[in-house]
Structures are given as structure tokens and as C-alpha cells.
Ligand binder design. Structure first.
Ligand SMILES: O=C(O)c1ccccc1N[C@@H]1O[C@H](COP(=O)(O)O)[C@@H](O)[C@H]1O
Length: 213
């Protein structure tokens, strides 16, 4: 089965073009001001115009209110919404109903108990994105290049739409897919040369490695 690829934190035309050229499936646009990958609605609109129908656009939000969601969805002509904060299943259902887009829920993973929390989102979120849990005092709830113990997902494999994130890079993505069977992989800092600065060669290498398997 072909693994879907999302390159997150796209904020420049060059990075977007590299993701399209490498045949990534999704470009992630981060709407979270503390992130070095944050895009405003003007930048999002420009990226949407450039990407057109060549790549799916997923907006990443952290406990966003409806106003931000509305503005970002409109400007970025988003195809899906990724909720990467502490959104409850009720909030996920509300966002889905209000905006009529597929909702991806990111879940922070460090233990088996964290994986079990996914059950509450089953049938509510369209896709569950398992990501490494960041430390309590971390600046961001994701995008920090941290990975978790992939074997924690052995009880989850194949039950619903899901994806793997957290510390994925060109060097480890093939192994990650082989070990977990993830139908989608998502990377951000693993294809950067500095926080928020995408490296076009790493984007190409990541997509090639993910497709080798
Ligand atoms: O990328 C960010 O800046 C970000 C900010 C806030 C929440 C999540 C963020 N990124 C997402 O985190 C995971 C893992 O990223 P990494 O590959 O370990 O750097 C991924 O889903 C990003 O989309």
C-alpha cells in the first residue's frame, strides 16, 4: 500500500514547490503564532494559489477558536484541519460539523495509556495522528523532532485512519513505516536545516525514502 506523506510547516513557495515535485500528498500550514513555521492568512492564500490542486493543504491549529479556523480555512483553501492541542472529542465533532472538513486529531504519545486515549476519538476524527509527547515546559506541542516508542502502536495498527509523526526524517522514515505499517507519515523538523527553514533536498529525500518501501 502506498504510504501518504505530509510535509508540515510549509511557509515558502520554494518549500511548497519541493513538496509538490517530490509528490508529497499534503502540505501542512501552521496557524500557531509561537511556531517558527507560523503562516498568516496572507501567506496561506499565496501558498494556496501556488499549490492549486497539486497537493492537499492541511491547516495545523492548537486549541484554535472558530474565528481563526474560519479565516485560515478560507484563506488557505484548506482540505483538512489538524487539531494539535488539547481538543476534546466534543470539540473535534464541533469543528467537523461547523466547517465541513475532515478533521485530523493529533495525540501526544509517551505511554500505552496515551494510545488508549485514541479510543475516545474513534469515529469522531477522520484521522488520528500519533505524535511524540513534548515535555510540559516545551515551547510547542509538536514540531520538535521528538520520537516515541513506535512499538506502543502495535495494538492500534490498522483499526482506523491514522498517521505517524514525531521525529521522522529521511534516515528513519522507511524503518518507521516497516515497523508500524503507518498509512500516513508526517514530518516537519526532520526536513529542515534550522527551525522553520525547510530544506528542499531533505524534502525530496524524505519522500523518496518513504516510497522505497
Ligand atoms: O510544526 C510545528 O511548528 C508545530 C507546532 C505546534 C504543534 C505541532 C507542530 N508540528 C507537528 O508536530 C508533528 C511532529 O513534528 P516533527 O516532525 O517532530 O518536527 C508533526 O505533525 C508536525 O506537523
Amino acid at each position: 500500500m502506498r504510504t501518504a506523506i505530509k510535509i508540515c510547516g510549509i511557509s515558502t513557495p520554494e518549500a511548497l514547490d519541493a513538496a509538490v515535485a517530490a509528490e508529497a500528498d499534503f502540505a501542512g500550514l501552521v496557524f500557531f503564532p509561537p511556531s517558527p513555521r507560523h503562516v498568516d492568512t496572507y501567506a496561506a492564500a499565496a501558498l494556496a494559489a501556488r499549490g492549486g490542486g497539486k497537493i492537499g493543504r492541511v491547516g495545523l491549529f492548537v486549541d484554535a477558536d472558530d474565528g481563526l479556523l474560519r479565516d485560515a480555512i478560507g484563506a488557505g483553501r484548506l482540505d483538512a484541519v489538524q487539531l494539535h492541542g488539547e481538543e476534546t472529542p466534543e470539540r473535534v465533532a464541533q469543528v467537523k460539523e461547523r466547517f465541513g472538513l475532515p478533521v485530523w486529531k493529533a495525540l501526544p504519545i509517551a505511554t500505552e495509556t496515551d494510545v488508549q486515549k485514541a479510543e475516545a476519538y474513534r469515529g469522531v476524527a477522520d484521522l488520528l495522528l500519533f505524535d511524540a509527547k513534548t515535555p510540559k515546559d516545551a515551547a510547542l506541542p509538536g514540531g520538535m523532532g521528538l520520537r516515541f516508542d513506535w512499538s506502543l502502536l502495535s495494538g492500534w495498527r490498522g483499526k482506523t485512519g491514522w498517521g505517524l509523526a514525531g521525529g521522522l526524517s529521511p534516515a528513519n522514515v522507511a524503518q518507521a513505516i516497516a515497523e508500524t505499517g503507518a498509512p500516513l507519515v508526517d514530518t516537519s523538523s526532520g526536513v529542515e536545516c534550522a527551525p522553520g527553514v525547510k530544506d528542499v533536498d531533505k524534502i525530496a529525500a524524505f519522500c523518496e525514502a518513504a516510497r522505497q518501501i
